[in-house]
Design a protein around this ligand. Structure first.
Ligand code: HEM
Length: 429
């Protein structure tokens, strides 16, 4: 017989909400003594936290009709739009995911590598020598330029590109500001006051995007173009239907939002941890000099383990389901906790130590290393993000030796990502 409820954190909701807002990682860590599955209560609905890999497997392999990820991401609907693959569930989600997938195939990635290398080298040139800098400023520009060029196919010298870059950056910075997600969290993302609050930031970007979509549709070489926008415009679903302009707009904004902040933050952490971990910088330089990619891969895997960009993935129960021996009813929320799974001593001995060598000859487990979530909702850009990180790390390593400035950096919450507090403060030796 499944037990009715996992153990619950016994504190008033308001207290939990404040503690969550002050630092979600710490909040989850403190509650973890309750067990492998436990409840926290800081929102309208309780979160059932999942921290054991067996239960993570149950969540990720449960039918997408039973567990809805789109509903779990609903708070982002105001910015991303109703047709975003992140917001959709079931048949519509599958339709959009299938239309997006060809843009992320292996052979496309091979072609994208050149673009990423060019942008990374150009930006790394701009990093000052012999003075402190925040590496996040550079990784952010690289990630944004990469995503704009590969997703939208705009030339980095053009006026249109610059305008779109400015608008996208403005929107992302604005959403990343404190408390921006609270109104959609409380009132719901479709409330007119929330829409009114987002409107001034969204309108100029939307106008530019719809103009770009209309222009691109007229391009004589549309069918041959390699950028994701052109691929979406020519893609057809199983019934032979194309995406509408509104659908294309929502997916483009989704790719820019989901693929930019995440990669920039992961890269900033990779350099921050690298510079603060004895022996790592030397190991990286040796491996890059020897043309051996294994160390870079280990470094990325360890960064995404100990400093995952997102702490949780959220699933809303749509049909009664049993997970980890507990019964959940429609409307309840189950939350695989990336942060806590990655800190389990039974999987990762000395889990709090940043140790890239733990990945030597070891492949990440599907349910024990989950920085990209899992199941049918696993991050569509995971291979792209890993390749981008590898290229940027190599470009920086080829430019000089990084030294830490100050002590280990604390984690701050930015938008939905966990960033280094000082942006990864470093210096080229
Ligand atoms: C280090 C970088 C990245 C991290 C850590 C990351 C992480 C994630 C996570 C945790 C999810 C949710 C998975 C789930 O619910 O199980 C996700 C979904 C998604 N990501 Fe990423 N991501 C990264 C980079 C990217 C990039 C570069 C792109 C695109 C260019 C991208 C596009 C998406 C999309 C479209 C989804 C929604 C997939 C769906 O719902 O079917 N991400 N990502």
């Amino acid at each position: 017989m499944p037990s009715p409820q996992p153990p619950t954190l016994r504190q008033p909701r308001a207290v939990q909400a404040v503690r969550f807002a002050r630092g979600q990682k710490r909040f989850f860590e403190k509650a973890a003594h309750l067990g492998d599955t436990f409840q926290v209560n800081f929102q309208r609905r309780r979160w059932n936290m999942i921290t054991h890999p067996d239960a993570v497997k149950e969540v990720f392999t449960t039918s997408p009709e039973v567990l809805h990820a789109g509903k779990g991401n609903d708070i982002l609907a105001t910015a991303l739009g109703e047709h975003s693959v992140l917001i959709l569930d079931e048949a519509e989600h599958l339709r959009h995911r299938k239309l997006l997938l060809p843009s992320f195939h292996g052979e496309k990635l091979a072609a994208q590598v050149e673009t990423i290398e060019r942008i990374a080298e150009r930006e790394v040139e701009r990093i000052p020598r012999n003075e402190a800098f925040a590496i996040r400023d550079y990784t952010q520009t690289i990630a944004l330029e990469v995503i704009l060029e590969i997703v939208m196919g705009t030339e980095s010298t053009g006026e249109e590109h610059d305008f779109l870059a400015e608008q996208a950056k403005g929107l992302l910075e604005w959403i990343g500001g404190p408390y921006r997600l609270i109104p959609p969290g409380i009132l719901g993302p479709r409330h007119r006051l929330v829409k009114r609050m987002y409107e001034p930031k969204l309108a100029p970007l939307d106008e530019a995007l719809f103009r770009l979509i209309a222009e691109r549709r007229q391009e004589p070489d549309l069918e041959e173009r390699e950028d994701m926008l052109s691929m979406l415009l020519t893609a057809r679903d199983e019934e032979g239907n194309p995406m509408s302009d509104a659908e294309v707009r929502d997916e483009i904004v989704t790719l820019v939002v989901a693929g930019h902040e995440t990669s920039a933050t992961a890269l900033a952490w990779a350099f921050e941890r690298l510079a603060h971990t004895e022996g790592s910088t030397e190991a990286l330089h040796h491996s890059v000099a020897d043309g051996d990619d294994d160390y870079v891969t280990s470094l990325i895997q360890e960064t995404l383990r100990l400093r995952p960009v997102l702490d949780v993935v959220v699933r809303v129960v749509n049909e009664p389901v049993e997970i980890a021996g507990y019964s959940f009813e429609p409307g309840e929320v189950v939350v695989p906790c990336i942060h806590l799974v990655h800190r389990r001593e039974d999987i990762y001995p000395d889990a709090l130590e940043f140790r890239p060598s733990r990945w030597k000859d070891t492949k990440p487990g599907t349910y024990t290393w989950i920085p990209f979530g899992g199941g049918v909702r696993r991050c569509i850009g995971a291979s792209f993000a890993m390749a981008e990180m590898e290229i940027v790390i190599k470009a920086v390593a080829s430019a000089g030796v990084l030294e830490p400035v100050g002590g280990d950096e604390k984690v701050v919450q930015k938008f939905i990502t966990s960033s280094p507090a000082r942006g990864g403060e470093l210096r080229f030796a």
